[in-house]
Design a protein around this ligand. Structure first.
Ligand code: NAP
Length: 531
């Protein structure tokens, strides 16, 4: 079983004991006491207290050169580590370079350490670790192998900064290869936003442990999740080696609430798997390399991905190059937000945005698809969201007017569809006051956090009790545009409904099971409320 280790910076014994209790309460299986700023007495005061020994303890004293805070000289630091060893914590973590560069230290430490992982003496087991806070070391595999050859090392750990997802995936490659030669428990962590996936999927790869902080505590390394995120959002306890993985591909992607929505759905529907953030740099080459690397890992088992800005066009290009076939509307839109990777090695994909929007409208109004064919719809904006909306509505036979600040862009969008699959015209946004459309869809970011006072139009007199107003902006849930429209008597539809319903379409494509819409909506609401 992969343990969750909660790192705690030690400042005083009295402060640490409640922190240990809280971390254990939140789900930590082990505590790492970061004793960089502690002295002999403080360490002793903690390790001799039964309350501190309710869970396995790792003691670490890191020098500044190792990314720590210890400010004294090296002799004093090594003396502090030896002192901690005599107090018999469960583990001590020592940097490989410290072990190699101070020959007297191993000579003094070995008699105080467990001989191996099965030693029953109660002496601490040695975690030998290597850190690189700048980049992925080119010789990572050799370093890990050399560390494993130290007889006293019971557990081998490497942590390095991942500049991108490809750097992070190296950790999984090593987890797949090294156990054939190294027969010691391993922990390989990529630090930074791109490395989060190595912390989340540690249990899938049977790592000895992963680090996570209690909610509200300071992290000890970049990219650490909270214990609750790991257990609740990322289904840490149910991960196994062949767990399918899904994710959201974007740049940036850390703000995405899709992991909360999909993982809640998997949990509720009893589907195996975990949905993770997949940050991939903006260019197509980066997209192609990262997706190829993800699919190339033997055990990763990537089964599907949501795709967001700026990769929706890249996803369509990737699909085409891989010989995948798009449905008619997605092909017309030209960009997709969903990729499927079935086990037969093929690639599929679709654009679930437009259908999620239509489903949100149908659910709110009770219309069927034929009813939509008789509507006049004003689409505000002419960007990516508007394009998906126009393609979907036009393919259903609705009459669409695209209102945009930049008339040329609206005209180009209208020209692409008008007469080919429906009736689409273009107008300047400031002509909206004269509209005779009964359905208004805001596809501009106006009103989106932090610009919550903005509305997309400057005259709302055309909106009345026979109008349906749909705002695709979902943060905040109730935009000012929706509130003002409701005040004029219009029926209003929130963007959150579209977000959840496009996720439902993806979920059903990923798993082949009916999506738990209500659970996914509650998860989306909760995630937005936390922002
Ligand atoms: P985009 O490609 O950047 O297009 C933005 C469009 O909005 C452009 O036509 C732009 O006009 C117009 N615009 C920008 N700021 C404006 C303002 N202050 N007032 C009036 N018009 C403005 O963006 P997108 O990808 O289409 O996304 C637009 C919005 O759709 C997002 O902000 C998001 O809230 C929403 N969305 C929601 C969902 C969902 O699931 N609910 C899914 C996708 C998108 P110009 O052409 O003149 O620059």
């Amino acid at each position: 079983m992969t343990s969750i280790v909660a790192p705690i910076f030690v400042r005083s014994a009295d402060a640490v004991l409640p922190q240990i209790a809280e971390a254990v309460k939140q789900g930590a299986d082990m505590i790492e006491l970061r004793c960089d700023e502690a002295n002999h007495e403080t360490i002793e005061a903690i390790l001799t207290r039964p309350e501190a020994r309710c869970t396995p303890i790792i003691v670490t004293v890191r020098a500044k050169a190792e990314g720590g805070l210890f400010s004294g000289n090296e002799t004093d630091r090594l003396d502090l580590i030896l002192h901690a060893c005599r107090l018999k914590p469960d583990y001590v973590d020592v940097e490989f370079d410290t072990w190699r560069e101070n020959p007297d230290f191993p000579a003094q430490a070995v008699p105080l350490l467990a001989k191996d992982a099965t030693d029953p003496s109660g002496r601490p087991k040695l975690i030998l670790s290597t850190h690189d806070f700048l980049s992925r070391p080119a010789d990572l595999q050799q370093r890990l192998t050399a560390m494993a050859e130290i007889p006293s090392a019971c557990l081998i750990k490497a942590a390095y900064h991942a500049k991108n997802l490809i750097d992070a995936l190296e950790a999984f490659g090593l987890y797949e290869e090294l156990p054939q030669t190294i027969r010691k428990p391993l922990v390989i962590i990529a630090m930074g936003e791109a490395g989060l996936i190595t912390r989340i999927l540690a249990a899938k790869y049977n790592a000895a442990f992963t680090f996570a902080v209690p909610a509200g505590s300071a992290t000890t390394a970049p990219g650490q999740p909270t214990i609750t995120e790991l257990i609740r959002t990322y289904r840490f306890r149910s991960q196994v080696r062949n767990s399918p993985v899904y994710g959201v591909i974007g740049w940036p992607v850390s703000h995405s609430i899709s992991p909360m929505i999909h993982n809640a759905g998997f949990q509720s529907a009893g589907c195996p798997g975990v949905y993770v953030p997949l940050p991939i740099e903006p260019e197509y080459e980066a997209f192609f390399s990262a997706v190829t690397a993800l699919r190339g890992l033997r055990d990763f088992n990537l089964r599907g991905a949501s795709v967001t800005i700026p990769h929706k066009a890249h996803a369509a290009r990737y699909l085409e190059n891989a010989g995948g076939v798009l449905d008619e509307t997605s092909a017309r839109i030209g960009v997709i937000n969903t990729l499927y990777f079935p086990s037969d090695g093929t690639v599929g994909g679709t654009n679930s945005d437009w259908y999620g929007a239509i489903e949100a409208m149908r659910a709110a109004t009770g219309w069927n698809l034929t009813d939509l064919a008789f509507k006049r719809v004003a689409v505000l904006g002419a960007g990516g969201a508007a394009r998906a909306m126009v393609a979907g509505l036009a393919s259903l036979g609705a009459t669409v007017v695209v209102y945009n600040r930049t008339l040329k862009r609206a005209q180009e969008l209208a020209y692409e569809f008008n007469g080919k699959i429906g009736h689409v015209s273009a107008a300047l946004l400031n002509e909206f006051a004269g509209t005779n459309c009964s359905v208004i869809i805001n596809c501009t970011p106006a009103g989106m956090f932090p610009n919550v006072k903005t509305i997309p139009v400057d005259d709302m007199t055309a909106i009345n009790s026979s109008t349906v107003v749909f705002d695709t902006v979902y943060n905040p849930r109730r935009t000012r545009f929706l509130d003002l429209s409701a005040r004029q008597g219009a029926q209003t539809i929130e963007g959150l409904e579209m977000l959840v319903r496009q996720a439902v379409i993806q979920f059903e494509g990923f798993t082949g099971k009916t999506a738990p819409l209500g659970v996914m909506r509650v998860a989306a609401e909760a995630a937005l409320a936390r922002e």
